[in-house]
Each structure stands twice: as C-alpha cells, then as structure tokens.
Design a protein around this ligand. Structure first.
Ligand code: ACM
Length: 384
C-alpha cells in the first residue's frame, strides 16, 4: 500500500440521547483500537483517521449522517449503530453506496446484508443460552418487559418460542415502555411483577432507562435471588449507572465481560485504562467495537485498499484474538463466531461468570438449529 494520505473511516455512534452511555463506550472501543493501530505505524504506513458523528440516539439521524459520511466525507467503511432501529435505517444507505458497515451490537438476528459485518451476538449465541440457564435454575414462568422498538419485539418473540419449548413454560406478561419512560412507568411494572410473581424477568429494556427498571424493582422490595432480571443488554456500563447494590444478583448473557480472566483480556483492559486513559466502562459492545476495527485493519493490510470488492474477501473468514477469545467472521452469514457466557452481577459491579462455552459458537442468525444444548459448557456453582 502506498504511503499516502490517511485512511478515513466513519464512527457513527451516539454520544448523546437515550443510548449515550453505551454509545460512548462503543466510540471509545473503536478509538482505542485506532490508537493502537496508528501507534504501531498505521496500515501500510497510512494512519487511520476517524470521522466522528454523533447520531444523538435518533434512527433518522443515523441515516442522514451515513449519507454524509459517504457523500461528503469520502468514507468507504463505517463502524456504528447500537439500536436495531438505527441499523435498519443505515442499511439502505450503505447498500445504495455499496460501502461497508461494521455493527458491534447484539441483535435479534434474521437479517443479512452483503454490506454489513455483524460482530455482536446473534440469538443462538446469547438468547438460547440465557433461556436454558434461567429456565433450568429459576423456573418456567417468565415476564417479558422491553423498550418499544424492533429489537425487544423480535427478541421477545424468540424468547417466547424458547420458553414454550420448556416443560411448563409460560409467558405471564409482555409489556413495552417508550425509550424515554420514567420512574413511574417502571414502578407500575414493579407492581405488576408483585402481582404476577414470575420465576424470572426477561428484560429487553435498553438505554439509559435500564437503570430505572432495576431501581424500581429494588425499591418495590423485590429480590434478585427470588425473581431475577435476565438480560442480553444490561452490561457493566448500565450496572455502573444504576449502582452495584441495585444490580447485584441479576443476570446477563453476553460473549464478553470485563471479568474474563484471560491474559489477552487483562492486558487489553490494562492498556485501555493506563495507556489510552479510557473514559468508559468496558462492556460487550465496547469489546465488539474494539475487535472489529482490528479485523478491518488486518484485512486492509492484506487487501491494500478499502473498497468493498477488494476488502471484503479479506474480512470474510478472518480471525482475531479478541478479549473474549479468538473470534472469526463467518463468510456465509457475515456474522461472527463468539463465546456465549452467562454472568451474574456481583457486589463489585462486575459479572461473576456462571456458565460459559468452551468453544466459539458459530452464528446461526436464522435460528435454523437452536437446540438448547449448544454449549460445550463449563458449569460453575452460583455464588451466594
Ligand atoms: C439492539 O437494538 N440491537 C440492542
């Protein structure tokens, strides 16, 4: 690759609005990786230059800014989006320009775009494992509560199917609240929980109101030990916002937790805090945002060019030693082989990993096979 101008990439996350906490962490993950790459000399001698836009947690704003990144900023590759509603808005723009979007967020699956690389968990890498774990350990009566948009609806549809496969499985209620819901809305949910007494709650509440659900639960005198909240999105970042005592005892399934004890993860966190002086609480979306930039840079090194037709063959099938373990981009689905884990929040605001896959699980975004046994798992005792 010639030693010319910088390689511009778009970073399209939300530093403001209802998902700003997680959006900030995704931006930080990407900037951290770019810093590492540039410090070791860039790619083929060229620096990676981030063009950063704040989509303010508004799906329409993501589409407008994606258009601007391609039309005005001259970018070929964008790293971005959290809510599925924003990804759904960006995909037509990326496809129109025939550019590439890297998407670092767990989502509901049932999607493929030739112009997207999906590096967060698909339902067979988080929902299936969470359902199996919660049903086996707490019981079959489940209460579904989510934010009012596509990911919660679709994720709940999948959870309902998994619950109904289980003996005695029953969804006792399914409720949706706006992304801007306030404490009174969550207090009403807490009253409903007291009335319905489910065995556990499956929450697809996302964004900054997540903390209100857990706070309303605690204030109502409900106990995580008896009726825990299980989530695919409540990460260390949301836990830090709501308070460790409020979050303790609840569960999340994700491929990455800060508490992973591997050398790669410990070194990465140490570098993030002590050399990069990072300002977010690292979490599953931070990690995906971090490793997908490295996957891109390594592919770019081999391709010598960031045009999709030349770059994409180098991305598909590529692997990287991520903090969660060695990940791989599956050529047939553009999704990523990841390591399902279930964690329980402890008194330090970290996740004690109570179950984890020994091997990466191949993504199955259409849930063609979703046997609850796809774990190769090591089972730990629950603490406390
Ligand atoms: C999400 O909307 N995919 C969390």
């Amino acid at each position: 690759m010639s030693n010319q101008e910088n390689i511009k990439v778009g970073l399209l996350f939300s530093a403001s609005g209802v998902i700003s906490t997680i959006g900030h962490s995704q931006l930080q993950g990407a900037l951290f990786a770019i810093d590492e790459i540039n410090k070791r000399g860039g790619v083929g001698g060229r620096m990676i230059e981030p063009i950063i836009h704040d989509a303010k947690s508004e799906p329409a704003e993501y589409a407008r800014l994606a258009e601007r990144l391609f039309a005005r900023d001259g970018v070929n590759v964008v790293f971005g989006c959290y809510m599925s509603s924003s990804r759904k808005m960006v995909i037509p723009v990326v496809e129109k320009w025939n550019r590439l979007l890297f998407y670092p967020t767990l989502y509901e699956g049932f999607e493929f775009s030739a112009n997207v690389i999906y590096t967060g968990a698909a339902p067979n890498q988080n929902s299936v494992q969470l359902a199996e774990f919660m049903l086996a350990n707490f019981g079959p009566r489940v209460y579904l509560v989510g934010s009012n948009y596509i990911y919660p609806y679709e994720s709940n549809r999948i959870m309902r199917e998994l619950v109904q496969q289980h003996r005695g499985g029953e969804v006792v209620a399914e409720r949706y609240l706006p992304l801007s819901a306030g404490m009174e809305d969550f207090q009403a949910i807490a009253r409903d929980l007291k009335d319905k007494r489910p065995d556990f709650i499956f929450s697809t509440v996302v964004g900054d109101s997540t903390s209100l659900l857990y706070q309303a639960f605690a204030e109502a005198g409900l106990q995580a030990r008896e009726m825990p909240i299980a989530s695919l999105t409540t990460s260390e970042a949301e836990v830090a916002r709501m308070g460790f005592d409020v979050a303790a005892g609840h569960f999340t399934a994700a491929p990455y937790f800060q508490s992973i004890s591997s050398e790669v993860n410990r070194r990465c966190l140490d570098k993030y805090f002590n050399e990069f002086r990072g300002t977010c609480v690292p979490n599953m979306c931070w990690e995906a945002s971090y490793f997908q930039v490295h996957i891109f840079a390594n592919a770019l090194e081999r391709a010598g060019c960031d045009q999709i037709d030349i770059l994409l063959p180098e991305i598909l099938g590529s692997e990287f030693d991520a903090p969660q373990g060695r990940v791989r981009i599956e050529p047939s689905t553009h999704h990523t082989c990841l390591y399902p884990r279930v964690g329980r929040v402890n008194s330090k605001g970290q996740f004690t990993i109570v179950r984890e896959a020994r091997r990466a699980v191949v993504p199955d975004p259409y849930l063609v096979t979703h046997s609850l046994g796809d774990w190769s798992a090591r089972i730990e005792e629950l603490e406390g």
